[in-house]
Design a protein. Structure first.
Length: 373
């Protein structure tokens, strides 16, 4: 049995609404502000800003979870690679204090705090700044969160900023704790690649879910077009277009990182950023194919509904044509003239019924021969 016959259409529409909620965040930043004015733009998604610090070398790993910038600064070592994970962007002063300690420009700080910042990669004298959209599983349900993700790469340090706790980077942390892989043996540029690669891998995970949904809708429209609600197809189309707008700019970011123009990315690590670019290119290609596929499904659904309506109208027209001569004859003998010779004949009534049946059968036979019925 086909999968489309096993899943009710309302259940598919409800599942689509759970996949990727598309919500616009009100831009709270007033126009014409000074570039030095730092302001969090977006929804508050955590109770407080927390920091998880991971300091490691080939033989040892140290971790600290805190809300204190001072503790973070004291724990972090400049002799070994360090990863500082900042979760929650609403506490502007604390985030600014952290970034100022590493000489991050105020404009970069403003981009980190703005959750509507478009993906980009900027290189400065002492650090590299990357912004991507993070699509992550929701920790409490089966939805996907769409958030802003920022990464700052310094010589010995990687600082990441995310709006809420997500399991996206748990595999990277697990690899760091294992201590028997390349991640513990390499520097911060390799760690930055591993973090960005985790973001891109989740793009492919989400797109795989949408590919299954498009295939399921394709089967449903092919077999049961009249049971598919146009609103469900519109929801799928809207979410795929939203995904395309999120993932497409990441292609340019990955292309910049893949070029050997950033001094903080060592040549031996450059090949991994080339691989990252291939993954992003693959994800962007899938979004293009999904856009074409969902448009095809929508057009096919409209065509199938129109064809079914045309079939219905054709049947109704055939029956109306069959009854047209019968109505004409009945109208003639329904006129109130005094002298109508047929009315006095005893066989006139059954003869008229016979004529009705003969005309109706002849009309149906003609339409069946033409394959209109």
């Amino acid at each position: 049995m086909n999968r489309s016959l096993q899943t009710p259409v309302p259940a598919i529409a409800a599942r689509l609404r759970r996949l990727l909620p598309v919500k616009r965040v009100k831009d709270q930043r007033n126009p014409a502000l000074s570039p030095d004015t730092l302001m969090h733009v977006g929804a508050r998604k955590t109770a407080e800003t927390s920091l998880h610090v991971v300091d490691y070398n080939p033989g040892e790993i140290r971790e600290l979870t805190t809300t204190s910038i001072e503790e973070c600064r004291e724990f972090e070592s400049r002799d070994t690679p360090t990863w500082i994970r900042v979760t929650g962007l609403h506490e502007v002063d604390r985030i600014s204090t952290l970034l100022e300690q590493y000489g991050i420009h105020p404009l970069v700080q403003a981009d980190i705090l703005n959750t509507r910042q478009l993906p980009k990669a900027d290189s400065f004298d002492e650090y590299l700044f990357v912004v991507l959209k993070l699509i992550a599983p929701h920790p409490d349900n089966d939805r996907f969160l769409v958030e802003n993700f920022s990464l700052v790469l310094v010589d010995h340090l990687v600082i990441t900023f995310q709006e809420s706790p997500t399991p996206v980077f748990d595999p990277v942390l697990t690899r760091l704790r294992a201590g028997t892989n390349r991640l513990r043996q390499s520097g911060c540029d390799y760690l930055a690649w591993a973090i960005l690669d985790a973001v891109v891998d989740h793009y492919l995970l989400v797109l795989d879910r949408f590919e299954n949904e498009v295939e399921e809708f394709d089967e449903l429209v092919l077999e049961h077009a009249d049971t598919v609600e146009p609103a469900a197809i519109h929801t799928l189309k809207k979410q795929i277009y939203h995904l395309h707008r999120l993932i497409r700019p990441a292609r340019d970011v990955a292309a910049k990182l893949a070029r050997s123009e950033y001094g903080l990315i060592k040549r031996k690590t450059q090949i991994y950023f080339l691989d990252l670019y291939d993954h992003v290119l693959h994800a962007a290609h899938i979004t293009e194919l999904l856009r074409e596929s969902v448009t095809t499904v929508r057009d096919f659904h409209l065509s199938a509904v129109n064809n079914r309506m045309n079939e219905t109208m054709k049947v109704l027209t055939c029956f109306a044509t069959i009854f047209l001569p019968l109505t004409f004859i009945a109208g003639i003998y329904g006129m109130n003239f005094r002298h109508m010779p047929e009315l006095d004949l005893p066989w006139a009534y059954p003869a008229l019924w016979a004529l009705f049946l003969l005309l109706a059968l002849a009309g149906m036979a003609f339409f069946r021969r033409k394959r209109w019925l």
